[in-house]
Design a protein around this ligand. Structure first.
Ligand code: NAP
Length: 260
């Protein structure tokens, strides 16, 4: 069990933290003593996340930023990343659809949001991390980097690029006490999964229970995950206890991914 103060004195920047997996990560990191900056687009939901975090220490902050807009991101990087020890790169997944119908603007937008913005965040945060000889970068991606998922053509394409970029960062930053790892969530109970279930229902005309059973049939755990279960893995990777784990893709998927 991680000690309650494992991250005391550390500053964590958690992107996409106004709901779902990102919000769960922000809460677990704050519980472990970190000062947390939460980033997302929606002011109201960020404020409510911040109010929730207040019960776990002080100094937490919110930054409003759209990670699909590189100009907006560039303007907040210098102040937001100046003293970040733990960076969680995360945001909302691209729209579903087959690769044969994927259009260039959708691919470009997803590449900006899921690769270019993460790269800019890691580059900016690594300056302080190098000085501290401590840094943790955790990217929330998808199991599609191991086995591409059906009807998620755009996502499959950009997630693989991010996974490869993270491995490259891991190689370059490892000597500075910095680790860069990817978490690959499986079916996790958030608004994103809700959207995917509803899209599938609309497409197939199936009952909700049929859709859920179909999704769960390949999950050895026979249930969907909780956002907190993904956050526990992030918490471990963010801690000093994970100092020799670098450059890995870690599925948190109840065993669903059908390869090692
Ligand atoms: N849940 C699953 O079953 C599952 C499975 C595999 C992979 N994943 C991936 O894991 C990641 C997190 O998933 P989730 O289920 O937690 O998603 P979610 O419930 O949709 O939450 C996404 C978060 O990212 C923020 N966000 C979205 N677009 C953004 C942007 N352009 N700039 C800044 N923030 C943005 C959202 O807040 P605002 O709207 O306020 O910006 C929200 O806080 C996604 O990439 C998703 O595809 C999820």
């Amino acid at each position: 069990m991680l000690t309650q103060d494992a991250l005391t004195g550390k500053h964590a920047l958690v992107c996409g933290a106004s709901q779902g997996i990102g919000q769960a990560c922000a809460i677990e990191l704050a519980k472990a003593g970190a000062r947390v900056t939460v980033l997302a687009r929606n002011k109201q939901s960020l404020e409510s996340t911040l109010a929730n975090l207040a019960q776990y220490g002080s100094g937490h902050k919110a930054v409003i930023c759209d990670l699909s807009d590189m100009r907006q991101l560039s303007s907040i990087l210098p102040t937001t990343c100046a003293d970040v020890d733990i960076l969680v790169c995360n945001s909302g997944g691209p729209a579903p659809g087959p690769m044969t119908a994927a259009e260039a603007p959708a691919l470009e937008a997803a590449f900006t949001q899921h690769v270019l913005s993460n790269v800019a965040l890691i580059q900016a945060c690594s300056v302080h991390m190098k000085k501290q000889k401590y840094g943790r970068v955790i990217n929330i991606i998808s199991t599609s980097v191991k086995v591409p998922l059906p009807n998620l053509g755009v996502s499959n394409t950009v997630r693989a690029a991010m996974a490869s970029s993270a491995k490259t960062f891991a190689n370059e930053l490892g000597a500075f006490g910095i680790t860069v790892n990817n978490i690959l969530p499986g079916f996790t109970k958030t608004q994103r999964l809700e959207q995917i279930i509803q899209n599938n229902q609309a497409k197939t005309g199936n009952e909700r229970s049929e859709v859920e059973d179909g999704f769960m049939k390949d999950v050895p755990a026979k249930r969907f995950g909780e956002a907190q279960e993904t956050a526990f893995a992030v918490l471990f990777l963010a801690s000093p206890f994970a100092s020799y784990i670098n450059g890995v893709n870690l599925p948190v998927d109840g065993g669903r991914t059908g390869c090692l």
